[in-house]
Design a protein around this ligand. Structure first.
Ligand code: AMP
Ligand code: AMP
Length: 337
């Protein structure tokens, strides 16, 4: 397929921008990064970035929208869009945007997200509405908390009652703490072919939970260590093959449910963040409706993307492939919002 003329691929300079723009370049697109002054030197290092548009802060994004539209840029959202632009500005973006913005309301509200997953028959951890119901270890999550900040762990009802007294947040969710191994499954759903792919899988590396096992529990006793879940990196993972069928089906059901809940449904990259128990059950703790940072491990492809493509396909490159296909078949309106 010939490289599409005219259109450029753009994103904000952070999170997975390098992967997205490298993938776009590999598919023949011109690329743009929108960067704050502190990041310009970083993005200048890479020759697959054709243009750096500088803005003082990410909040100044609306000021360069006209220029991006003039250049026929297509914006690829990633984890920093909501984190740095906020939900409102993200929603109001006028530059053509890869993905369906209608998913944002469902995704950003923990209860609606849960409703979506339940509709998809994707198992989620039990939720306790009242402290009196607690009969298992729990993780308490403040609404709007992300990246493991604004959480606390309680091993039982008694500990919950004690710890909630000093918890600063008013609105929170009490969720069963699922004991198992985490697997973050990176999917891609194509609205053009109506097919779902698993492109890669990672596990997060979180401090301090992922290091607690290094010190035996009898040595920890008395130290008063509280588990925290602050992400510092990601490592690659392949699933036991017998677990894969379930992983595909959960992804497919998530897409089907989205089509019932919101016009157009979910398309493009998304991630189910799962914990797998000793009985090999998946519990999904979170749904991310865009490219996740764990895909950065797979810039030169993954053991799963290699099953579909005879070239090195990252999630970033897969996005560019979809856009290229849509341009060539005059179906851009199907994949942009
Ligand atoms: P940063 O550009 O590092 O400030 O990250 C932007 C957003 O993406 C923040 O909300 C981070 O919490 C999230 N993020 C960055 N890196 C990762 C990662 N490796 N795994 C999960 N989330 C991440
Ligand atoms: P989140 O912000 O919901 O992605 O959660 C941050 C981290 O907390 C996850 O990556 C997990 O390590 C951990 N976590 C969240 N919910 C649960 C749960 N219900 N059971 C066990 N671990 C969890």
């Amino acid at each position: 397929m010939a490289a599409p003329k005219g259109y450029k691929i753009a994103t904000l300079g952070s999170h997975s921008a390098l992967q997205i723009l490298k993938g776009a370049k590999d598919e023949g697109f011109k690329t743009i990064v929108i960067a704050t002054p502190d990041r310009v030197a970083l993005y200048k290092r890479f020759n697959f970035i054709d243009q750096i548009l500088q803005i003082p802060n990410f909040a100044d994004f609306p000021k360069i929208e006209k220029e991006l539209i003039r250049q026929k840029a297509i914006m690829i959202p990633h984890g920093s869009f909501v984190a740095y632009l906020g939900l409102d500005q993200h929603r109001k973006m006028k530059v053509p945007y890869f993905g369906n913005k209608k998913v944002l309301d469902w995704e950003s509200n923990r209860l609606k997200q849960r409703q979506w997953l339940e509709k998809a028959h994707v198992p989620v951890p039990r939720r306790f509405k009242n402290a009196s119901e607690i009969d298992a270890p729990v993780l308490v999550k403040a609404y709007g908390a992300a990246g493991g900040h604004g959480y606390f762990f309680a091993k039982n009802k008694k500990e919950f009652r004690q710890k909630i007294k000093s918890f600063k947040h008013k609105n929170y969710l009490i969720q069963e703490y699922v004991i198992g191994v985490s697997a973050y499954i990176h999917y891609f759903y194509s609205p053009l072919t109506k097919k779902l792919e698993i492109l890669s899988i990672d596990r997060r590396y979180e401090t301090n939970v992922d290091s607690l096992g290094r010190i035996p529990s009898h040595n920890q006793r008395g130290l008063g260590i509280e588990p925290s879940f602050v992400v510092v990196g990601n490592s690659p993972l392949v699933l036991r093959e017998s677990l894969l069928a379930n992983a595909f089906e959960m992804g497919e059901r998530t897409v089907v449910a989205s089509q019932k809940l919101m016009p157009g449904g979910l398309w493009g990259p998304f991630c189910l963040e799962a914990i797998i128990t000793p009985t090999q059950e998946f519990f999904v703790i979170e749904l991310s409706c865009r490219i996740v940072a764990g895909t950065n491990l797979f810039i030169d492809g993954s053991p799963y993307s290699a099953l579909y493509y005879n070239k090195d396909v990252s999630t970033g490159r897969r996005i560019a492939m979809e856009i290229k296909k849509a341009i060539n078949f005059k179906k851009l309106d199907k994949i942009l919002d």
